[in-house]
Design a protein. Structure first.
Length: 242
């Protein structure tokens, strides 16, 4: 017996309706797809985070809270090789390429000289009032100054890329910062120290030698370890320049 022939697609058969109704494709909620809903949720979450950030007073942050040790510093230039541990820290003054001289001043107009801090451990913190990682680190700096100043720590905050020294001084008063605050409006110190990220920490021992350079914010535990390494011997602390 011969094999049956395959059905002929052109053979007459039951007529198909001219319009075949198909059920409407629906998303997870009504006509919205999962991707669309995910985008909405993401936008709402971001808005919520921003609102919390701008409405939380900086001074209310617990100084003992951990700043994310993996937090990325805010870049203000191309990464470069700056100062190295073991080198003498450059004085905060110099001569520009055009022959003009400069001296870093604090926000009160007083000279800031590393020579005035010999015999003390010096922590230079390069920061900016608009820099988010710097803002998060501010309570830690304040707490470290209050704890270790009597033990010979001199903390110097040098703000960079700001509009006016008055703005920097207002920030310091708002958050009750008792350590030396300076505004490097010309970028002279920024360039001298090869700073390309904010915050940048420079730890200097009582002899004026750089012991560590750290790009990025520190936790309080990390800051304590760096400070302990540059403090003068107990009982040897003498008053430093204001």
């Amino acid at each position: 017996m011969a094999d049956p022939l395959p059905p002929d697609e052109d053979a007459p058969g039951p007529a198909r309706p001219a319009f075949e109704h198909r059920p409407e494709k629906r998303g997870l909620v009504g006509p919205f797809s999962g991707r669309q809903l995910g985008s909405v949720v993401l936008v709402v979450a971001i808005v919520g985070i921003v609102l919390v950030a701008v409405t939380t007073p900086l001074g209310s942050i617990d100084p003992s809270a951990q700043v994310n040790p993996q937090a990325t510093a805010y870049l203000v230039g191309s990464p470069t090789v700056g100062l190295r541990p073991g080198a003498l820290a450059p004085e905060l003054a110099g001569v520009r390429s055009d022959g003009s001289t400069w001296q870093q001043l604090d926000v009160n107009g007083q000279p800031v000289r590393l020579a005035d801090h010999r015999g003390h451990g010096v922590w230079i913190n390069f920061w900016a009032s608009w820099c988010a990682p710097c803002q998060a680190e501010t309570p830690i700096l304040r707490a470290m100054d209050e704890t270790y100043r009597s033990q010979g720590l001199d903390l110097i905050g040098i703000s960079v890329k700001e509009t006016t020294a008055a703005d920097v001084g207002a920030y310091a008063r708002t958050y009750d910062l008792g350590y030396t605050i300076a505004a490097d409006l010309t970028g002279d110190v920024l360039n001298l120290y090869g700073v390309f990220a904010l915050p940048t920490q420079v730890f200097i021992d009582p002899n004026g030698v750089i012991r560590a350079v750290v790009n990025g914010p520190l936790t309080q535990a990390q800051a304590t370890a760096y400070v302990a390494a540059i403090l003068p011997p107990a009982g040897s602390v003498s008053p430093s320049a204001p």
